[in-house]
Design a protein around this ligand. Sequence first.
Ligand code: FAD
Length: 380
Amino acid sequence: MRFTPTELTPAELGLQAEVRDFLATELPKGSYEPALGMGANHNKEFSKKLAAKGWVGMALPQRYGGHDRSAVDRFIVVEELLRSGAPIGYHWVADRQTGSVINKFGTEEQRERFLPTIAKGEIGFSIGMSEPDSGSDLASVSMRATRTDGGWILNGNKIWTSSAHENDYFICLCRTAPIEDGSKHQGLSQMLIDLQTEGLQINGIPFLDGAPGFNEVVMTDVFVPDENVLGEVGMGWVQNTSELAYERGGPDRWLSTFGVVEQFLATNRDTPMGDRAAEALGSMVARYWGLRNMSLTVARMIDDGAAPSVESALVKEMGTRFEQDTLLKLIQLVDLEPSPEAASLFERMFTAATLTGPSFTIRGGTIEILRSVASKGLRS
Ligand SMILES: Cc1cc2nc3c(=O)[nH]c(=O)nc-3n(C[C@H](O)[C@H](O)[C@H](O)COP(=O)(O)OP(=O)(O)OC[C@H]3O[C@@H](n4cnc5c(N)ncnc54)[C@H](O)[C@@H]3O)c2cc1C
């Protein structure tokens, strides 16, 4: 494993400046409630505006409405959006992973049906992987798909399905052949399912701070036509592993607490900084910069044709730990009772981060699982 140092080229810095200008016009500070990174609000109009700039589906091919841009270009756009807590929730998953997975494994008809809509920011996707008894050990999923005329009948439960109540579709990992027929990695398939389909029920599960977001998706005799089976029947494990690789290593894994620190500094602008605060902020900045450069290197490696899944796992492990450590340092610097109704933006963001921070090292693969991926990669 090697992280080769890299920097943004003048053209890439030009893109960064363009995104900053766009955000300053579209989302002037004080005109909206910034979110904690990718825990962003849904705003369909904002998603469409970004898409009109060519900043959604950037990596997708032009012939399907995409822009054939590099992973580094997408990194630049996403970094600016996350830093400002912009409302990117509606198109987030489709842009980060679903589009690329459909492009890579989908049929021609699926590419033509879904990719242009993704690139226009007009469709929201959720991730249907976890089940009540399957999280880290994802290959043990038991959502059952039974063959019927022209498609499959699905029965079972998915859980922790973020934003299923606001999105249009999800990719559901299910079992099209019983586990007894082979190893648990065989007999899995991915299906593109409309979240309004008959027999599909979405039950909200509030976060610790009371906010909506999580869901349980209960499927009872849900019919999925053959044309909605993504890629090949039985190849779900390989496809799903590839999808997970898009989820890790990006700026979303180290920027969740950026806005809280920014607001802390803004709030204390006129207060002299003591040694303790200076030491804490100095160490946060140094770690932030190191992680940012590692994550940028991952994007550069993707553009060079590599598949840096081990490096991505390491960035996610270090990045999400950094997000939590940042919060712990802030907790030591401030003396306040967290309250979602607080008058100050800093206090509201601090409260949201305190209540949702424990999830940073769980979502998208727990810290233990990522360490295991990284250490296996280092051994091989
Ligand atoms: C904010 C948030 C959003 C999420 N959104 C989605 C979503 O949209 N779609 C979706 O499908 N899922 C989603 N998830 C679920 C998430 O992917 C799982 O929570 C995660 O994979 C862990 O699975 P689990 O909760 O079943 O924990 P478990 O797998 O039961 O793990 C419990 C503990 O055991 C440890 N452990 C498990 N196996 C091993 C091992 N082999 N070696 C060492 N330690 C191990 C884990 O690290 C963890 O500490 C989300 C989770 C969160 C917190």
